[in-house]
Design a protein around this ligand. Structure first.
Ligand code: LLP
Length: 429
Protein backbone atom coordinates (compact mmCIF):
# COMPACT_ATOMS: atom_id res chain seq x y z
CA UNK A 1 0.00 0.00 0.00
CA UNK A 2 0.94 3.63 -0.51
CA UNK A 3 3.12 5.30 2.13
CA UNK A 4 0.62 8.08 2.76
CA UNK A 5 -0.18 10.27 5.76
CA UNK A 6 -1.95 13.53 6.48
CA UNK A 7 0.25 16.41 7.66
CA UNK A 8 -0.44 19.02 10.34
CA UNK A 9 -1.45 21.36 7.51
CA UNK A 10 -4.20 18.85 6.61
CA UNK A 11 -2.35 17.98 3.41
CA UNK A 12 -1.76 14.58 1.86
CA UNK A 13 1.82 13.38 2.14
CA UNK A 14 3.22 10.58 0.01
CA UNK A 15 6.62 9.12 0.85
CA UNK A 16 6.94 11.85 3.48
CA UNK A 17 6.46 14.65 0.91
CA UNK A 18 3.60 17.14 0.94
CA UNK A 19 1.79 16.64 -2.36
CA UNK A 20 0.90 20.31 -2.81
CA UNK A 21 4.55 21.28 -2.24
CA UNK A 22 5.53 18.72 -4.87
CA UNK A 23 3.10 20.25 -7.36
CA UNK A 24 4.48 23.72 -6.61
CA UNK A 25 7.99 22.49 -7.21
CA UNK A 26 7.56 20.06 -10.12
CA UNK A 27 4.39 21.34 -11.77
CA UNK A 28 1.11 19.68 -12.60
CA UNK A 29 -0.06 17.13 -13.59
CA UNK A 30 2.51 15.06 -11.76
CA UNK A 31 3.02 11.31 -11.40
CA UNK A 32 4.21 10.66 -7.82
CA UNK A 33 5.77 7.23 -7.37
CA UNK A 34 6.30 5.94 -3.84
CA UNK A 35 9.56 3.99 -3.89
CA UNK A 36 8.95 2.09 -0.67
CA UNK A 37 5.58 0.84 -1.84
CA UNK A 38 7.05 -0.53 -5.08
CA UNK A 39 9.93 -2.18 -3.23
CA UNK A 40 7.60 -3.75 -0.67
CA UNK A 41 5.47 -5.29 -3.42
CA UNK A 42 8.61 -6.71 -5.09
CA UNK A 43 9.65 -8.28 -1.80
CA UNK A 44 6.15 -9.65 -1.15
CA UNK A 45 6.27 -11.57 -4.41
CA UNK A 46 9.80 -12.79 -3.84
CA UNK A 47 9.21 -13.81 -0.24
CA UNK A 48 5.92 -15.55 -1.03
CA UNK A 49 7.59 -17.75 -3.66
CA UNK A 50 10.27 -18.64 -1.10
CA UNK A 51 7.53 -19.55 1.36
CA UNK A 52 5.29 -21.59 -0.94
CA UNK A 53 7.55 -23.09 -3.59
CA UNK A 54 10.28 -25.55 -2.66
CA UNK A 55 11.79 -25.37 -6.16
CA UNK A 56 13.52 -22.49 -7.90
CA UNK A 57 11.49 -19.33 -8.58
CA UNK A 58 12.10 -16.04 -10.37
CA UNK A 59 9.78 -13.04 -10.36
CA UNK A 60 9.87 -10.78 -13.40
CA UNK A 61 8.46 -7.27 -13.50
CA UNK A 62 6.05 -6.90 -16.44
CA UNK A 63 7.49 -3.58 -17.46
CA UNK A 64 4.65 -2.72 -19.85
CA UNK A 65 2.90 -1.46 -16.69
CA UNK A 66 5.48 1.33 -16.43
CA UNK A 67 8.74 1.08 -18.31
CA UNK A 68 11.39 3.71 -17.64
CA UNK A 69 14.99 3.65 -16.38
CA UNK A 70 14.26 4.32 -12.71
CA UNK A 71 11.48 1.75 -12.40
CA UNK A 72 13.50 -0.95 -14.17
CA UNK A 73 16.46 -0.13 -11.91
CA UNK A 74 14.38 -0.54 -8.75
CA UNK A 75 12.92 -3.87 -9.92
CA UNK A 76 16.45 -5.01 -10.77
CA UNK A 77 17.81 -3.96 -7.36
CA UNK A 78 15.04 -5.97 -5.75
CA UNK A 79 16.24 -9.07 -7.59
CA UNK A 80 13.45 -9.17 -10.15
CA UNK A 81 13.97 -9.95 -13.81
CA UNK A 82 12.19 -7.89 -16.47
CA UNK A 83 9.47 -8.90 -18.90
CA UNK A 84 9.66 -6.71 -22.02
CA UNK A 85 7.25 -6.63 -24.93
CA UNK A 86 9.17 -4.58 -27.50
CA UNK A 87 12.66 -3.53 -28.49
CA UNK A 88 12.04 -0.18 -26.79
CA UNK A 89 11.19 -1.78 -23.46
CA UNK A 90 14.15 -4.13 -23.87
CA UNK A 91 16.54 -1.26 -24.65
CA UNK A 92 15.35 0.62 -21.55
CA UNK A 93 15.71 -2.43 -19.30
CA UNK A 94 19.27 -3.01 -20.54
CA UNK A 95 20.18 0.66 -20.06
CA UNK A 96 18.77 0.46 -16.53
CA UNK A 97 21.24 -2.30 -15.73
CA UNK A 98 18.90 -5.29 -15.78
CA UNK A 99 20.69 -8.63 -16.06
CA UNK A 100 20.03 -9.87 -19.64
CA UNK A 101 19.79 -13.46 -18.43
CA UNK A 102 16.73 -12.34 -16.47
CA UNK A 103 15.07 -10.45 -19.34
CA UNK A 104 12.29 -12.16 -21.31
CA UNK A 105 11.05 -10.74 -24.63
CA UNK A 106 7.36 -11.19 -25.42
CA UNK A 107 5.10 -10.24 -28.29
CA UNK A 108 2.92 -11.69 -31.03
CA UNK A 109 4.80 -9.90 -33.82
CA UNK A 110 8.38 -9.26 -32.85
CA UNK A 111 10.49 -7.77 -35.59
CA UNK A 112 13.75 -9.21 -36.83
CA UNK A 113 15.67 -6.36 -35.20
CA UNK A 114 13.89 -6.86 -31.87
CA UNK A 115 14.74 -10.55 -31.94
CA UNK A 116 18.33 -9.77 -32.84
CA UNK A 117 18.68 -7.28 -30.01
CA UNK A 118 17.35 -9.83 -27.53
CA UNK A 119 19.50 -12.71 -28.73
CA UNK A 120 22.69 -10.67 -28.93
CA UNK A 121 22.13 -9.33 -25.42
CA UNK A 122 21.57 -12.84 -24.06
CA UNK A 123 17.88 -12.54 -23.23
CA UNK A 124 15.27 -15.28 -23.48
CA UNK A 125 12.66 -15.02 -26.23
CA UNK A 126 9.11 -16.15 -25.50
CA UNK A 127 8.09 -17.42 -28.93
CA UNK A 128 4.53 -16.85 -29.98
CA UNK A 129 4.09 -18.48 -33.40
CA UNK A 130 5.74 -20.45 -36.21
CA UNK A 131 6.71 -17.39 -38.23
CA UNK A 132 8.72 -16.11 -35.32
CA UNK A 133 10.46 -19.45 -34.85
CA UNK A 134 11.55 -19.34 -38.49
CA UNK A 135 12.75 -15.77 -38.12
CA UNK A 136 14.73 -16.64 -35.00
CA UNK A 137 16.28 -19.65 -36.62
CA UNK A 138 17.37 -17.50 -39.57
CA UNK A 139 19.45 -15.22 -37.34
CA UNK A 140 23.09 -15.56 -38.18
CA UNK A 141 24.60 -16.14 -34.79
CA UNK A 142 26.63 -18.76 -33.01
CA UNK A 143 24.98 -17.92 -29.74
CA UNK A 144 22.57 -20.49 -28.36
CA UNK A 145 19.07 -19.07 -28.49
CA UNK A 146 17.07 -19.64 -25.32
CA UNK A 147 13.35 -19.72 -25.98
CA UNK A 148 10.15 -20.34 -24.11
CA UNK A 149 6.93 -21.18 -25.88
CA UNK A 150 3.75 -19.24 -25.19
CA UNK A 151 0.63 -21.35 -25.04
CA UNK A 152 -2.98 -20.20 -24.86
CA UNK A 153 -4.10 -22.18 -21.84
CA UNK A 154 -7.81 -22.21 -22.73
CA UNK A 155 -8.75 -20.80 -19.33
CA UNK A 156 -11.28 -18.03 -19.11
CA UNK A 157 -11.50 -15.39 -16.43
CA UNK A 158 -13.73 -12.48 -15.60
CA UNK A 159 -12.10 -9.26 -16.62
CA UNK A 160 -12.47 -6.65 -19.35
CA UNK A 161 -12.64 -8.19 -22.84
CA UNK A 162 -9.62 -6.20 -24.04
CA UNK A 163 -7.31 -7.58 -21.37
CA UNK A 164 -8.35 -11.24 -21.39
CA UNK A 165 -5.73 -13.41 -23.00
CA UNK A 166 -6.23 -16.94 -21.71
CA UNK A 167 -9.22 -17.90 -23.87
CA UNK A 168 -8.72 -19.76 -27.13
CA UNK A 169 -9.70 -16.89 -29.44
CA UNK A 170 -6.63 -14.84 -28.55
CA UNK A 171 -4.00 -13.28 -30.76
CA UNK A 172 -1.28 -14.53 -28.41
CA UNK A 173 0.50 -17.85 -28.34
CA UNK A 174 0.01 -21.36 -29.68
CA UNK A 175 -3.52 -22.63 -29.27
CA UNK A 176 -3.75 -26.04 -27.58
CA UNK A 177 -4.26 -27.82 -30.91
CA UNK A 178 -1.03 -26.44 -32.33
CA UNK A 179 1.26 -27.08 -29.41
CA UNK A 180 2.48 -30.53 -30.46
CA UNK A 181 3.07 -29.25 -33.94
CA UNK A 182 5.02 -26.41 -32.32
CA UNK A 183 7.26 -28.83 -30.39
CA UNK A 184 7.97 -30.69 -33.61
CA UNK A 185 8.67 -27.53 -35.48
CA UNK A 186 11.09 -26.16 -32.89
CA UNK A 187 12.99 -29.45 -32.73
CA UNK A 188 13.95 -29.00 -36.40
CA UNK A 189 16.12 -26.05 -35.43
CA UNK A 190 19.11 -27.09 -33.35
CA UNK A 191 20.11 -23.47 -32.62
CA UNK A 192 16.90 -23.01 -30.63
CA UNK A 193 16.86 -24.36 -27.13
CA UNK A 194 13.35 -24.66 -25.73
CA UNK A 195 13.68 -24.21 -21.99
CA UNK A 196 10.17 -23.46 -20.88
CA UNK A 197 6.47 -22.89 -21.40
CA UNK A 198 4.61 -19.67 -20.81
CA UNK A 199 0.98 -18.71 -20.31
CA UNK A 200 -0.71 -15.48 -19.29
CA UNK A 201 -4.42 -15.50 -18.55
CA UNK A 202 -5.28 -11.82 -18.43
CA UNK A 203 -5.06 -8.75 -16.25
CA UNK A 204 -6.88 -7.09 -13.31
CA UNK A 205 -8.17 -10.52 -12.19
CA UNK A 206 -9.70 -10.92 -8.73
CA UNK A 207 -10.66 -14.61 -8.80
CA UNK A 208 -7.99 -17.17 -8.03
CA UNK A 209 -9.54 -20.20 -9.71
CA UNK A 210 -7.97 -19.76 -13.15
CA UNK A 211 -4.52 -19.41 -11.64
CA UNK A 212 -5.13 -22.47 -9.47
CA UNK A 213 -6.06 -24.45 -12.62
CA UNK A 214 -3.13 -23.13 -14.63
CA UNK A 215 -0.63 -25.45 -12.92
CA UNK A 216 -2.51 -28.51 -14.15
CA UNK A 217 -2.69 -27.23 -17.70
CA UNK A 218 1.01 -26.37 -17.80
CA UNK A 219 2.08 -29.71 -16.38
CA UNK A 220 0.01 -31.48 -19.03
CA UNK A 221 1.97 -29.64 -21.70
CA UNK A 222 5.19 -30.30 -19.92
CA UNK A 223 4.46 -34.04 -20.12
CA UNK A 224 3.55 -33.72 -23.78
CA UNK A 225 6.85 -31.99 -24.46
CA UNK A 226 8.67 -34.88 -22.79
CA UNK A 227 7.04 -37.26 -25.31
CA UNK A 228 8.69 -35.20 -28.02
CA UNK A 229 12.03 -35.47 -26.32
CA UNK A 230 11.94 -31.87 -25.12
CA UNK A 231 12.96 -31.46 -21.49
CA UNK A 232 11.12 -28.44 -20.16
CA UNK A 233 12.61 -27.00 -17.01
CA UNK A 234 10.75 -23.69 -16.61
CA UNK A 235 7.10 -22.69 -16.35
CA UNK A 236 6.06 -19.05 -16.58
CA UNK A 237 2.58 -18.46 -15.18
CA UNK A 238 2.29 -14.83 -16.37
CA UNK A 239 0.83 -12.05 -14.25
CA UNK A 240 -2.67 -10.76 -13.82
CA UNK A 241 -3.40 -10.13 -10.15
CA UNK A 242 -5.78 -7.18 -9.85
CA UNK A 243 -5.52 -4.19 -7.53
CA UNK A 244 -7.97 -2.02 -5.64
CA UNK A 245 -8.96 1.06 -7.61
CA UNK A 246 -12.13 1.91 -5.81
CA UNK A 247 -14.13 1.23 -2.66
CA UNK A 248 -15.59 -2.23 -2.89
CA UNK A 249 -12.69 -3.65 -4.91
CA UNK A 250 -11.37 -6.59 -2.92
CA UNK A 251 -8.52 -8.33 -4.74
CA UNK A 252 -6.60 -11.23 -3.19
CA UNK A 253 -3.26 -10.34 -1.65
CA UNK A 254 0.06 -11.00 -3.38
CA UNK A 255 0.67 -13.72 -0.82
CA UNK A 256 -2.65 -15.45 -1.60
CA UNK A 257 -2.03 -15.23 -5.35
CA UNK A 258 1.45 -16.73 -5.10
CA UNK A 259 0.21 -19.46 -2.76
CA UNK A 260 -2.53 -20.36 -5.25
CA UNK A 261 -0.14 -20.49 -8.19
CA UNK A 262 2.32 -22.61 -6.23
CA UNK A 263 -0.34 -24.96 -4.86
CA UNK A 264 -1.71 -25.53 -8.36
CA UNK A 265 1.72 -26.31 -9.72
CA UNK A 266 2.84 -28.46 -6.78
CA UNK A 267 -0.32 -30.56 -6.87
CA UNK A 268 -0.07 -31.08 -10.61
CA UNK A 269 3.61 -32.09 -10.40
CA UNK A 270 2.88 -34.47 -7.56
CA UNK A 271 -0.03 -36.06 -9.41
CA UNK A 272 2.12 -36.50 -12.51
CA UNK A 273 5.10 -37.61 -10.43
CA UNK A 274 7.53 -35.24 -12.09
CA UNK A 275 10.23 -33.00 -10.60
CA UNK A 276 9.36 -29.38 -9.89
CA UNK A 277 10.13 -27.01 -12.74
CA UNK A 278 11.58 -23.58 -12.10
CA UNK A 279 8.60 -21.24 -11.81
CA UNK A 280 8.49 -17.71 -13.19
CA UNK A 281 5.77 -15.14 -12.71
CA UNK A 282 5.52 -11.74 -14.34
CA UNK A 283 3.22 -9.38 -12.47
CA UNK A 284 2.98 -5.76 -13.55
CA UNK A 285 -0.04 -3.96 -12.15
CA UNK A 286 0.09 -5.53 -8.68
CA UNK A 287 3.72 -4.40 -8.28
CA UNK A 288 3.40 -0.78 -9.29
CA UNK A 289 -0.29 0.11 -9.66
CA UNK A 290 -0.95 1.21 -6.09
CA UNK A 291 2.49 2.76 -5.67
CA UNK A 292 1.69 5.91 -7.65
CA UNK A 293 -0.81 8.74 -7.58
CA UNK A 294 -1.36 11.49 -10.13
CA UNK A 295 -1.70 15.03 -8.84
CA UNK A 296 -3.70 17.53 -10.91
CA UNK A 297 -4.63 21.15 -10.40
CA UNK A 298 -8.32 21.92 -10.24
CA UNK A 299 -9.51 24.48 -12.81
CA UNK A 300 -12.95 25.32 -14.12
CA UNK A 301 -16.20 24.13 -12.66
CA UNK A 302 -19.45 24.00 -14.56
CA UNK A 303 -22.78 23.22 -12.96
CA UNK A 304 -25.76 22.23 -15.09
CA UNK A 305 -28.58 22.68 -12.60
CA UNK A 306 -30.32 19.46 -11.76
CA UNK A 307 -27.98 17.43 -13.94
CA UNK A 308 -24.30 17.47 -13.07
CA UNK A 309 -21.27 19.45 -12.03
CA UNK A 310 -18.13 19.10 -14.11
CA UNK A 311 -14.87 19.78 -12.34
CA UNK A 312 -12.00 20.05 -14.80
CA UNK A 313 -8.36 19.23 -14.19
CA UNK A 314 -5.22 20.01 -16.18
CA UNK A 315 -4.65 16.49 -17.53
CA UNK A 316 -6.94 13.64 -18.53
CA UNK A 317 -7.06 10.83 -21.07
CA UNK A 318 -3.53 11.59 -22.28
CA UNK A 319 -1.94 10.83 -18.92
CA UNK A 320 -4.56 8.30 -17.78
CA UNK A 321 -6.22 6.55 -20.71
CA UNK A 322 -7.72 3.76 -18.60
CA UNK A 323 -11.15 5.27 -17.89
CA UNK A 324 -11.86 6.04 -21.54
CA UNK A 325 -10.33 2.79 -22.79
CA UNK A 326 -11.68 0.27 -20.30
CA UNK A 327 -14.41 2.27 -18.52
CA UNK A 328 -12.29 1.75 -15.44
CA UNK A 329 -13.29 3.44 -12.22
CA UNK A 330 -10.85 5.18 -9.94
CA UNK A 331 -10.87 7.22 -6.77
CA UNK A 332 -9.83 10.82 -6.12
CA UNK A 333 -9.11 12.93 -3.07
CA UNK A 334 -8.27 16.59 -2.61
CA UNK A 335 -4.74 16.74 -1.25
CA UNK A 336 -5.06 20.14 0.44
CA UNK A 337 -8.45 19.46 2.09
CA UNK A 338 -7.95 16.07 3.64
CA UNK A 339 -10.39 16.46 6.52
CA UNK A 340 -13.02 18.63 4.84
CA UNK A 341 -16.42 16.88 4.68
CA UNK A 342 -17.33 15.30 1.34
CA UNK A 343 -20.17 17.63 0.43
CA UNK A 344 -20.04 17.63 -3.36
CA UNK A 345 -20.71 15.09 -6.06
CA UNK A 346 -18.81 16.07 -9.18
CA UNK A 347 -17.72 14.54 -12.45
CA UNK A 348 -13.99 14.98 -12.86
CA UNK A 349 -13.23 15.90 -16.46
CA UNK A 350 -9.94 16.02 -18.30
CA UNK A 351 -9.02 18.94 -20.55
CA UNK A 352 -9.05 17.14 -23.90
CA UNK A 353 -11.35 18.01 -26.79
CA UNK A 354 -13.46 14.96 -26.31
CA UNK A 355 -16.64 14.48 -24.30
CA UNK A 356 -15.50 11.03 -23.22
CA UNK A 357 -12.47 12.49 -21.49
CA UNK A 358 -13.87 11.91 -18.03
CA UNK A 359 -11.62 10.59 -15.29
CA UNK A 360 -14.28 9.88 -12.67
CA UNK A 361 -18.06 10.09 -12.76
CA UNK A 362 -19.88 11.20 -9.61
CA UNK A 363 -16.88 11.51 -7.32
CA UNK A 364 -17.60 12.52 -3.74
CA UNK A 365 -15.32 15.43 -2.90
CA UNK A 366 -15.08 18.30 -0.46
CA UNK A 367 -16.02 21.72 -1.77
CA UNK A 368 -13.13 22.69 -4.06
CA UNK A 369 -11.62 25.90 -5.39
CA UNK A 370 -9.59 26.46 -8.54
CA UNK A 371 -5.97 25.82 -7.64
CA UNK A 372 -6.72 22.92 -5.31
CA UNK A 373 -4.68 19.76 -5.80
CA UNK A 374 -6.75 16.78 -6.86
CA UNK A 375 -5.11 13.39 -6.55
CA UNK A 376 -6.18 10.29 -8.46
CA UNK A 377 -5.12 7.13 -6.67
CA UNK A 378 -3.46 3.97 -7.98
CA UNK A 379 -2.13 5.31 -11.28
CA UNK A 380 1.16 3.42 -11.35
CA UNK A 381 0.17 0.81 -13.90
CA UNK A 382 -0.71 1.48 -17.53
CA UNK A 383 -0.91 5.25 -17.08
CA UNK A 384 2.49 6.71 -17.98
CA UNK A 385 3.14 3.66 -20.18
CA UNK A 386 -0.03 4.28 -22.17
CA UNK A 387 0.17 8.07 -22.11
CA UNK A 388 -0.01 10.09 -25.31
CA UNK A 389 0.44 13.62 -26.59
CA UNK A 390 -3.19 13.90 -27.69
CA UNK A 391 -4.05 17.56 -28.33
CA UNK A 392 -0.32 18.17 -28.11
CA UNK A 393 -0.38 18.04 -24.37
CA UNK A 394 3.13 17.57 -23.02
CA UNK A 395 3.58 14.44 -20.94
CA UNK A 396 3.74 15.13 -17.18
CA UNK A 397 6.84 14.76 -15.08
CA UNK A 398 7.22 11.78 -12.77
CA UNK A 399 9.00 11.87 -9.43
CA UNK A 400 10.15 9.18 -7.07
CA UNK A 401 9.43 9.93 -3.41
CA UNK A 402 10.66 8.36 -0.19
CA UNK A 403 11.73 9.45 3.29
CA UNK A 404 10.69 13.03 2.62
CA UNK A 405 12.77 13.48 -0.53
CA UNK A 406 11.71 13.63 -4.17
CA UNK A 407 13.77 12.86 -7.28
CA UNK A 408 12.80 13.50 -10.86
CA UNK A 409 12.58 10.25 -12.86
CA UNK A 410 10.81 11.56 -15.96
CA UNK A 411 11.27 15.15 -16.99
CA UNK A 412 8.14 17.07 -17.99
CA UNK A 413 7.91 17.46 -21.76
CA UNK A 414 8.08 20.95 -23.20
CA UNK A 415 6.50 22.58 -26.26
CA UNK A 416 9.87 22.24 -27.94
CA UNK A 417 9.77 18.50 -27.26
CA UNK A 418 6.41 18.37 -28.97
CA UNK A 419 7.78 19.63 -32.26
CA UNK A 420 11.16 17.90 -31.95
CA UNK A 421 10.40 15.32 -34.62
CA UNK A 422 8.22 17.54 -36.81
CA UNK A 423 9.72 18.28 -40.21
CA UNK A 424 8.60 20.95 -42.65
CA UNK A 425 9.06 19.99 -46.30
CA UNK A 426 10.78 22.73 -48.29
CA UNK A 427 7.65 23.89 -50.10
CA UNK A 428 5.95 24.62 -46.77
CA UNK A 429 8.71 26.79 -45.38
N1 LLP B 1 2.65 -10.99 -18.92
C1 LLP B 1 2.11 -10.80 -20.12
C2 LLP B 1 2.48 -11.67 -21.23
C3 LLP B 1 1.20 -9.75 -20.30
O1 LLP B 1 0.66 -9.57 -21.49
C4 LLP B 1 0.87 -8.90 -19.22
C5 LLP B 1 -0.06 -7.80 -19.39
C6 LLP B 1 1.48 -9.15 -17.98
C7 LLP B 1 2.37 -10.21 -17.87
C8 LLP B 1 1.25 -8.31 -16.77
O2 LLP B 1 -0.07 -8.37 -16.35
P1 LLP B 1 -0.50 -7.63 -14.99
O3 LLP B 1 0.18 -8.32 -13.85
O4 LLP B 1 -0.09 -6.22 -15.10
O5 LLP B 1 -1.97 -7.79 -14.97
N2 LLP B 1 -3.49 -1.81 -20.34
C9 LLP B 1 -4.37 -2.69 -19.60
C10 LLP B 1 -3.66 -3.94 -19.15
C11 LLP B 1 -3.01 -4.69 -20.27
C12 LLP B 1 -2.25 -5.89 -19.80
C13 LLP B 1 -1.35 -6.37 -20.87
N3 LLP B 1 -0.56 -7.51 -20.50
C14 LLP B 1 -4.97 -1.95 -18.42
O6 LLP B 1 -4.66 -0.77 -18.23
O7 LLP B 1 -5.79 -2.51 -17.69
Amino acid sequence: PLTATVSDRDHLEVGGCDVTDLVNKFGSPLYILDEESLRIACRQYRDAFKRYYPGEAQVLYASKAWNCLAVCAIATQEGLGIDVATGGELFTALKAGANPSKIYLHGNNKSLSELKLAVEAGCTVVVDNRFEIETLASLKTDLPIRIMMRITPGLDCHTHEYIRTGHIDSKFGFDPNQVEDGFNFISQYPSLSLVGLHAHIGSQIFELQAHQDLGGVMVQWLNKAAQYGVAIAEINVGGGLGIRYNEGDDPPSIDEWVKTVCDGLLQACQAANIPLPKVLAEPGRSLIGSACVTAYTVGSKKTIPGIRTYLSVDGGMSDNPRPITYQSVCRAIVANRMSDPLTETVTIAGKHCESGDILIKDAKLPSTQPGDTLVVMATGAYNYSMSSNYNRLARPAAILVGNGTADLILQRETYEDLIRYDRLPAHLK
